[in-house]
Design a protein around this ligand. Structure first.
Ligand code: SF4
Length: 211
């Protein structure tokens, strides 16, 4: 396993932050309720698809209280172009019910509470905390996982372990680095046919070295 030196980690970090100084989510939202719903929908689904779905969903259910009273089948109908729409519809309604019943309609502002909500895993909770509150947390989605491995920042088999490793390596600016790594993975270091010619981290690439 390749171990990056502190100097290399520092340089990789600097380049991510320089290339993506204002990186943020590409999900459209206007408040914490909308962000949480969009993040739940985005599991295994593209942000582009979620952004096509949410306007009608939020028009019909403008608040968490409206969503808590929704029929699952009506929510299903509105989100049916999303992957796993049936499960997600159940999660959304149950999440809203739990927020109304157990948190008086206030979405919790803590990742340890957020993960108690239906449909909200550790990654989703961290994404909400990173995006909405700018909290110094890392979240590992498919892009961050791939990029971390290609850059020799992690060799862990699971996103959870990779998250721990990145947190230990980078320590600060984790929220900004999360967004930067997502954008880098989405547009440059893509799963198929990465745009290596445009890569500003080429000399750190394990994939390049092995090919
Ligand atoms: S050189 Fe290519 S594969 Fe390697 S990190 Fe850059 S874009 Fe990704």
């Amino acid at each position: 396993m390749l171990i990056r030196t502190p100097k290399e980690v520092k340089e990789i970090k600097k380049r991510f932050l320089t290339h993506y100084p204002n990186a943020k989510t590409e999900l459209n939202y206007s408040d914490l309720y909308q962000l949480l719903v969009a993040v739940i929908l985005s599991a295994q689904c593209t942000d582009k698809r979620v952004n096509l779905i949410t306007p009608k969903l939020f028009q019909k259910y403008p608040t968490i209280f409206d969503l808590a009273k929704a029929e699952v089948k009506d929510v299903e109908e509105l989100i049916k172009s999303c992957t796993y729409f049936s499960n997600k519809a159940k999660h959304l309604v149950n999440m809203a019910k739990m927020v109304v019943e157990e948190y008086k309609g206030e979405i919790p502002k803590d990742e340890k509470e957020l993960v108690k909500l239906p449909g909200v895993g550790k990654k989703s909770a961290n994404v909400v905390m990173i995006e909405y509150f700018g909290k110094n947390l890392m979240a590992v989605d498919t892009h961050v996982f791939r990029v971390s491995h290609r850059l020799g920042l992690s060799s862990a088999k699971t996103p959870d372990k990779t998250q721990q490793e990145l947190t230990t390596l980078f320590k600060t600016d984790l929220n900004k680095l999360h967004h930067a790594m997502v954008l880098f993975g989405r547009y440059i270091c893509t799963a198929k046919e990465p745009k290596c010619k445009n890569c500003f981290l080429k000399e750190f690439c394990v994939k390049e070295r092995d090919t």
